[in-house]
Structures are given as structure tokens and as C-alpha cells.
Design a protein around this ligand. Structure first.
Ligand code: FES
Ligand code: FES
Length: 325
């Protein structure tokens, strides 16, 4: 086993793009992908160069060297380089990137769809001889590059064979998770929790990891309509069952009534516990367990809020229930 050299860094050249021109939602989507990849993004356009770490504001940095890469004025699209501290490299037949790639792509306009496509490709990639984290970053990096390659209208300079679909290794299982109405094929080890499958494989990072040991409720999701702690639930145990996460409770662009009530009653401060609070709150409303204040407190007692927003959470649940007790 060997480690991938250097951190995973995605570098993108995007014509006409800058943090203040990007929508808030688009930046959040990019952040979510970066969190899932444990990566940081350097992006450059004619307006400047920025470093974006998932939990920081975009930070202007010095422009990248212009000897090898430039943004053509007459080309639309996303220009992508994937690189690490090991320096430039090539895409190998296996799909691995070692360790830089430059390509132009007609995936016009936004980074988030390109990252999403990279993730899709990642899920079909074979692991190489790397550690788990190195495997993840390498596959995502190669996935990102391959997504760009596949969308590129230019004729490739040489034919790249399709990466082989590998057979499961010992101890791995092929399963399908039905999350928010979409079926996701996954190849995982049986020990992977539903929480890690959601956050690290499907990049549904709305479900939070607080304690990872069943004590805080931040990871609450619904399985077949019942609330469960996803950190204590094995992903293989819920295959085929409908799973709902916080990303799936708004319908047709409308917030769930309890989400609206949380906004109207200030049911959060830092917001870390909020997805779990809302998933628990929806469940007790659906089960008619929110009969009075004490019942709500009792039923919500598994969801800890470090900020102490309990009075407002109670008020939100009562409002969503349709009246104060
Ligand atoms: Fe699951 Fe805390 S993360 S209960
Ligand atoms: Fe901060 Fe609940 S709002 S932990």
C-alpha cells in the first residue's frame, strides 16, 4: 500500500467566474462536493485567482503560473487541471491521474455539475494500490478529469481504453440505497454506517455527524418512515428500504412546513443539530406524538442542541403541528 503524494487539490479555470458572481447556492454545492472529497479548490478566471476550502470564504491568492495554462478569450467552458505536489502527470489507461491533467471542457458555466459528474465517475472506478483516503481522492481526481474528458468535443490525441469494471473484493457487497426517491448502486464493506454512506459516498452532507455513537441525534434520518440514527445503522441493513434525508423533505421547491416553522421561530443558532432536529420533529408529527409540550420534549430528548435552542425548537414544532398547546 502506498499513500498518494500531496493533498487533493482541484484546480479549475473558469471563464467569466468569480466568487461574487457565483450564486450562494452554487458555492454551497461546490463546498459540499469539496467536503465529500476532502479537497480544496483553486479557481482562476480573468477576474482573479482564489483558494476555496470547504469551510472558509474564498480567499484571493496570487495568480497561477501562465506558462502552461491560459484562458482563451474565444472559448466557453471549464478549464481543469488536476495536480498535486508531485507535479504534472498523465491519465493512465486505468483512469488514474498521475498527477496533473489539463483539458478544456464544454461543461459550461458552473463547477458544481462538473464535480457531481466526477463523483458519478468515481463510483465506477476501480481502486488502485492506495490507502482508503488516497483511493478516494485519486478516484475523484481521475473522475473529475474523465468527466471533463468525456464531455470534451475535441478529438482525443490517443484512444483511452474504458476503465475495467472490477469485481467486488473480498468483504465488499454491491447494494442499492433508495435515498430521497433515487436509487444509488454502491459497492461497500458491510461495516460502513448509513451515515458514512450518505455523507462520504453519496455526498448528502446535510445529515450531520456529531458524536458517531448514538448520543446526539444529529444524524437522524428516516428509514421506511421511521426515524433512525444513521451512525448506528449499517448501510447494508437498509438496502431496498426508502430512506429520507434532510435533502429530501422539501417538495417541488417548497420547504417542509416544519422547516418553515424552524425559520419563523428561530429554531437554530449554529444550525449543526438542525437537520437531525427537523427529521425527528417531522417523525413525531407524523406519528401524532407531539400531543403537548412535555410529550414534545420527551420525544425530542434524543436530539441534543449544544446552543440551547430548545425553547424555539419547541415553538417551531408546535407551530407546525397547527397550534399551541
Ligand atoms: Fe449519530 Fe450522534 S452522530 S447520534
Ligand atoms: Fe447549534 Fe443546535 S443550533 S447545536
Amino acid at each position: 500500500m502506498q499513500d498518494a503524494p500531496g493533498p487533493c487539490r482541484v484546480v479549475a479555470f473558469v471563464r467569466g467566474w468569480s466568487p461574487d458572481r457565483a450564486g450562494v447556492l452554487e458555492l454551497e454545492r461546490v463546498r459540499a462536493h469539496l467536503r465529500g472529497l476532502s479537497a480544496e479548490l483553486v479557481f482562476e478566471s480573468e477576474h482573479g485567482t482564489w483558494l476555496l476550502r470547504p469551510d472558509d470564504d474564498p480567499r484571493p491568492i496570487e495568480r497561477l503560473g501562465r506558462t502552461r495554462f491560459r484562458v482563451d478569450d474565444d472559448e466557453d467552458g471549464v478549464f481543469v487541471i488536476v495536480a498535486s505536489e508531485a507535479g504534472p502527470g498523465t491519465i493512465e489507461a486505468s483512469g488514474a491521474v498521475r498527477f496533473a491533467h489539463c483539458q478544456r471542457s464544454p461543461i459550461a458555466g458552473t463547477l458544481a455539475p462538473a464535480l457531481q459528474r466526477a463523483t458519478d465517475v468515481m463510483l465506477a472506478q476501480a481502486p488502485l494500490h492506495f490507502t482508503r483516503r488516497a483511493w478516494l481522492t485519486t478516484c475523484v481526481v481521475s473522475g473529475f478529469a474523465l468527466a471533463v474528458l468525456s464531455a470534451c468535443k475535441q478529438k482525443p490525441s490517443r484512444e483511452e481504453p474504458e476503465p475495467a469494471v472490477r469485481a467486488p473484493e473480498a468483504g465488499e457487497l454491491d447494494i442499492v440505497l433508495d435515498v430521497n426517491g433515487t436509487k444509488h448502486p454502491l459497492r461497500i464493506e458491510p461495516r460502513v454506517s448509513l451515515l458514512d454512506a450518505l455523507r462520504e459516498r453519496l455526498l448528502l452532507t446535510g445529515t450531520k455527524k456529531g458524536c458517531d455513537m448514538g448520543q446526539c441525534g444529529a444524524c437522524t434520518v428516516h428509514v421506511a418512515g421511521k426515524r433512525v440514527l444513521s451512525c448506528l445503522t449499517l448501510a447494508v441493513a437498509v438496502q431496498g428500504k426508502p430512506i429520507t434525508t434532510i435533502e429530501g423533505v422539501a417538495k417541488a421547491g417548497e420547504l417542509h412546513p416544519l422547516q418553515r416553522a424552524f425559520c419563523e421561530h428561530d429554531g437554530m443558532q449554529c444550525g449543526f443539530c438542525t437537520p437531525g432536529q427537523i427529521m425527528s420533529g417531522i417523525a413525531i408529527l407524523d406519528e401524532n406524538r407531539a400531543t403537548d409540550d412535555d410529550a414534545i420534549r420527551e420525544q425530542m430528548s434524543g436530539n441534543i442542541c449544544r446552543c440551547g435552542a430548545y425553547p424555539n425548537i419547541l415553538a417551531a414544532i408546535k407551530a407546525a403541528r397547527g397550534g399551541a398547546s
